[in-house]
Design a protein around this ligand. Structure first.
Ligand SMILES: [Zn+2]
Length: 141
């Protein structure tokens, strides 16, 4: 059982509530961005696979028919799709790690705040200062 506390700011007696540190919207962006990057990474990877399959098909056709359907630009395009997919995936993984660290930090660095005035000014009620404040706030009522 958590000990009762008194707020040095507003005199509220009760239990502090945990308030997470940092910025919620930043945490959301950090989690959503890698998902978007992975999505585009998969798309680039599929494009590369399609080009590779197309290239193989051209070679099969060439062997079967003697007619080579040249698509000379596809090689450099294939390389760039592969590089794009790798870049997006690595960046996504790095961002995911940062997002995870940020989420853990938000929880660990969170503070107990007063449920009334939301300030981190709660002290134990049975401490000398707590008892003094309790008395003072009671006298005012
Ligand atoms: Zn308070």
């Amino acid at each position: 059982m958590e000990e009762r506390q008194i707020c040095t700011n507003c005199g509220h007696i009760g239990y502090g509530i945990k308030k997470r540190a940092g910025i919620t919207i930043l945490e959301i962006v950090l989690w959503v961005t890698p998902i978007i990057l992975f999505f585009f990474g998969i798309s680039a990877s599929n494009n590369a696979d399609n080009l590779a399959n197309e290239g193989m098909q051209n070679i099969y056709n060439w062997l079967a028919t003697g007619i080579y359907n040249s698509s000379s630009s596809s090689d450099s395009l294939l390389v760039s799709y592969r590089q794009e997919a790798r870049f997006l995936t690595i960046t996504g993984i790095v961002l995911l790690v940062i997002a995870l660290i940020y989420s853990i930090w938000r929880t660990v660095a969170g503070k107990l705040v007063c449920p009334e005035c939301k300030k981190s000014s709660m002290i134990p009620l049975d401490s000398p200062m707590g008892e003094k404040l309790h008395q003072e706030f009671n006298d005012k009522k």
